[in-house]
Structure formats: C-alpha cells, structure tokens
Design a binder for this molecule. Sequence first.
Ligand code: PBE
Length: 311
Amino acid sequence: MIKNKLKRLGVIACTAVLALAVVGCNGDNVENGNENESENNNANENVETNLGKQLDYKIIGIDAGAGVVQSAEQAVEDYDLDFTVQTSSGAAMTQALADAIENEEPIIVTGWSPHWKFSKYDLKYLDDPKESFGGAETINTIARLGLSEEMPNANKILDQFYWSTDDMEYVMLQVNEGAAVEDVARQWVDDNQDKVSEWTEGAEAVDGESIKLAYVAWDTEIASTNVIGLVLEDMGYDVTLTQVEAGPMWAAVASGDADAIVAAWLPGTHAKYISDYKDEVVDLGPNLEGAKIGLVVPSYMDINSIEDLAE
Ligand code: PBE
C-alpha cells in the first residue's frame, strides 16, 4: 500500500535527486500536506545539498545495550562519519521509520532481520564493505550452568528448539498487525505441531516445575520467547518470561537468575556478552540461522553503501 502511494507521488524519482535538489521534493510534500519545516527552510534559503544535514547527522538506533547499536557506533568510527547514533528503543525506531516513510523523508535506522519491517516497507541494507556489522548471524539458545543436570527435560526442549526465518517473521508480522503475542504463539504452536514435536522429542512432561526465561523487547525476541515459553508450558512447566535490557538479560542467565535465553545473536552482535560470560553459560547452539544486522534505509533513498555517508 505504502509502496504504491510512494510510486504515485513520484517520490522515487524525486528522492533520486534528493541530495542535489530538495526543492523539487518540497513541491510534492506541500501538495500532499506533509510540510517539513527544515525542507521548507531549504526551499526558501539555500538548497540543502547534504544528506547528513537533512538527517541531522543522526542514525536512529534502539536500546543502548543492543549489539546493533554498538556496531553502528563502530561503523561511525570505521567509516569516519560525522553521524551520531541516537539511542531509543525498538518501538521508537520502527515508529520513526514509519513516520519518515509516511512523509517520504530520508532516515537511517539500525536494522536487523528477520523483522516484519521488511515485509511492510520497501527497505534496503546499506553495503558495509568494512564489515563493521559482521557477517551472517545465528540466534542461539543459552542455558545457565547446571540446567541440563537439574532440568534435563527443559534443557532438551530448549536445545531442540529450532525454527526458520519464515516462522519467526510470521509471528512477528501478526503481532505487528495488532494481535496479542500470546494468541499468535498459541496459533503458531497449534498450526506447527510437526515442528513442535521435534523440539519436544524425547522430553518427558513435568508437573508444574518452574522455569524462567529472560528476553529483551526486540520484536524478534518477543516472538521466539513467547513461542518456546508456550511449548514449555504445554509440557507442564510453570513458565515466567521476564523482559529486561540486553546486559541484564545476559547477566541473568550467567548468574542463574534466568534458566535460559533464546536471544543470543552470534558470533558478532553479542560477541562482547558471550566473551564476558563464556565460562558461566552453556551455548545450546542456533535456534535460527540466517540472521543479519546493519544500517537500513527506505529503498527510495539514493544511497547504497555506508561509504556514501562519509563526506
Ligand atoms: N537486535 C535484535 C539485537 C539482537 C536481537 C539485533 C536488535 C541486538 O542488536 O543486540
């Protein structure tokens, strides 16, 4: 829908020359009631020729503890950019992205996949020739020390938890469209009993044993933690899901306050956390393969590489 709207407005053609002539774009914006103060100023005064200035030299980040924010800061250094990474939250970042696209404005966000934003909007990753954001990632399940001995059935289920990018994106998209995550998890589990039975294979049901999973309010982790939490509940566990920041999440599984997390992005995104805690946790391996992080922009922006942000 949004893609069509953009095409109708001729914004793709317009933004192709955005860096050179914002005046042309202002015409569209004013006509459609999306006036933008800084762009209007530019029209009245000097023509704004610099993308950095249009963006206020800001990359829209998420929470400070997120690996993607730390990698974005690394990119600023590696590419010698004048930008700063503005921290906020996953929800604030996707809202800023939605607003920018609605107003056909440029924006750069710290992004990751899987994520529903790629289904909803026409977006692209900026090339990263210096590899500040690393390469392909997996999302791993991490257990506390002693879990396999003390809670072998839960450990087995967590160890066997493995799903695809499509599975996770389906859950994320439903939640983004307004469904309660508990309901979406229930539906996904009911509809995917073949997969769920692979995760529970060889594990015995229990009678109300407590288990605690910690997670961060990233859309990916909200989806995965709720799904595996429900599977554990169906196997008789009394499951507590605790939402915390990234640092405390890792600290919780390392100290044993949490029994497990399914939110470890490796090898790059959470490299610092896994190296801090490597002797205090057990890595049960990937629950998803083919994840990625980087700088993401709307496809209508006329830049393709992080190098294009350097002056
Ligand atoms: N993320 C989603 C997290 C890991 C999961 C990419 C925002 C991070 O950057 O730490």
